[in-house]
Design a protein around this ligand. Structure first.
Ligand code: GLC
Length: 448
């Protein structure tokens, strides 16, 4: 009987680990490539004084002691992760990434590896990551955890600003004689183990990898462990070269990046809650950015910085909601679509349905005379404006059809009441799968 049980356990282990190995990068990234919108959350002590997250230490704008004093007012008194998750779900986000530990080293979960956590040090007195994870999962949202590899509080991590001895915050039993860096690696890998075993995230968003090499971080070993713990997990590009997708930040790519990618952006000029920073991007800019990102095959990870009590500032909430309303009206162009036409066919962003039978043209300006689409070989079935369903007519002009050179498609312009206040989307349905003309232009050697 015992033998039988051992064999069964062995079979299950071998089977599950071989299954784990078959999760290719493409499989793991499948949901991510369809996600389009994620919400980034920078929540930490820095919101108390309204200063730059962690970097105010680095730039010596505040002493370490004063920075950490902010913890006394980090209350999380009105933290309601369920209402956060409802909001994120409502606006059409598919995943959320929250800072579990920024460069300042303050953990938002109940870590056993340092006392520098919100349970031990703040009036919040509880784990703030656990209810966030539960609320997201209850709403079918994918769970992302941000984790800063660099840690400017850990006594074994060198920093560029004056810092008191922080050893008392880091129980390092039995590690006294160990080399400092080895101790640090053990520490951070231990925190990763905690996060993985307690929350099993769908995505890890690393940061600060630039301070050390892949060899120093042991990035490869970490990636192997993460995949062992969750064969479906995906990782952003800040684990040196061991990430799964690209992570451009603040500057929207002008050239379409290759492979999967995500663009992260603040709504004002800061990641954390920073009330004196009122330089908010207008909703129109946020919606245009979203459209540009998805039309180039990426996701937008749009940041909010909740207040220390856990509420979301109205400027941020309103922007999320307006983006959500736009997405709701244009969902056919957002979900189930891929990056649009290559440059040259249309003056503006486009998207393609996955079956390549629909092209979505995104208009940043109100059109004049006619809407122009070039190089489309297919016959057009119908054209309409998303949201109002107004049918538009079209005609083709020019080209040399007998030489497979399509003419220009002139689409009639929508009535003014069909135009969206931000970005109007025109759906062009084709008779069959898209065939593009990508010629440079030649002499027509056989005329009609
Ligand atoms: C940066 C910063 C950091 C911020 C992050 C978000 O690289 O170091 O403060 O959390 O980007 O993308």
């Amino acid at each position: 009987m015992k033998h039988w049980k051992v064999l069964l356990a062995l079979f299950v282990f071998v089977f599950s680990s071989s299954w784990a190995q078959t999760n290719t990068k493409n499989d793991r990234l499948e949901w991510f490539e369809d996600a389009k919108l994620g919400v980034f959350i920078h929540w930490g002590y820095y919101g108390v004084n309204g200063i730059t997250e962690s970097w105010s230490l680095y730039h010596k704008r505040i002493t370490y002691e004063d920075y950490m004093k902010q913890g006394d007012e980090f209350t999380a008194a009105n933290y309601n992760p369920k209402s956060w998750a409802d909001l994120f779900k409502k606006i059409g986000a598919q995943y959320v990434v929250m800072t579990t530990k920024h460069h300042d080293g303050v953990a938002l979960w109940d870590t056993e590896l340092s006392h520098l956590n919100v349970v031990d040090k703040t009036p919040a007195k509880r784990d703030l990551v656990a209810p966030y994870v539960d609320a997201l999962r209850d709403n079918g949202l994918k769970v992302g955890l941000y984790y800063s590899l660099c840690d400017w509080s850990h006594p074994d991590y060198d920093v560029v600003f004056p810092r008191p001895n922080t050893k008392k915050d880091y129980p390092q039993r039995g590690q006294k004689k160990m080399d400092a860096w080895k101790r640090f690696v053990l520490f951070y890998q231990g925190q990763m183990r905690e996060l993985s075993s307690q929350f099993n995230p769908d995505l890890y968003w690393f940061d600060g990898d630039w301070e050390k090499s892949a060899e120093q971080w042991r990035s490869r070993a970490l990636k192997d462990s993460l995949l062992k713990w969750n064969p479906n997990v995906i990782v952003n590009s800040r684990l040196n070269q061991y990430g799964d997708y690209k992570t451009p930040e603040q500057g929207i790519p002008v050239v379409r990046p290759d492979g999967p990618w995500e663009f992260c952006m603040t709504m004002n000029d800061n990641w954390g809650y920073f009330p004196s920073d009122t330089n908010y991007k207008p909703t129109s800019q946020i919606i245009r950015t979203f459209v540009e990102v998805i039309s180039n095959g990426g996701n937008l990870l749009l940041n909010i910085g909740p207040k220390p009590d856990g509420t979301i500032a109205s400027e941020q909430r309103e922007r999320l909601e307006s983006l959500g309303e736009w997405i709701k009206k244009h969902k056919l162009a957002v979900y189930g679509t891929t990056a649009g036409l290559p440059y040259g066919h249309f003056y503006g962003p486009t998207l393609l349905s996955k079956d390549h039978k629909k092209i979505y043209l995104c208009l940043f300006e109100d059109p004049k005379n006619y809407i122009q689409l070039k190089g489309i070989q297919n016959k057009v079935k119908s054209i309409k404006v998303l949201g109002t369903n107004e049918e538009l007519s079209s005609e083709r002009n020019g080209g040399a059809a007998w030489n497979n050179i399509p003419g220009i498609l002139r689409i009639s312009i929508p009535k003014s009441e069909s135009l969206d206040q931000y970005v109007t989307v025109i759906e062009v349905s084709l008779e069959d799968e898209l065939i593009l003309y990508r010629g440079h232009g030649n002499a027509v050697e056989l005329n009609n």
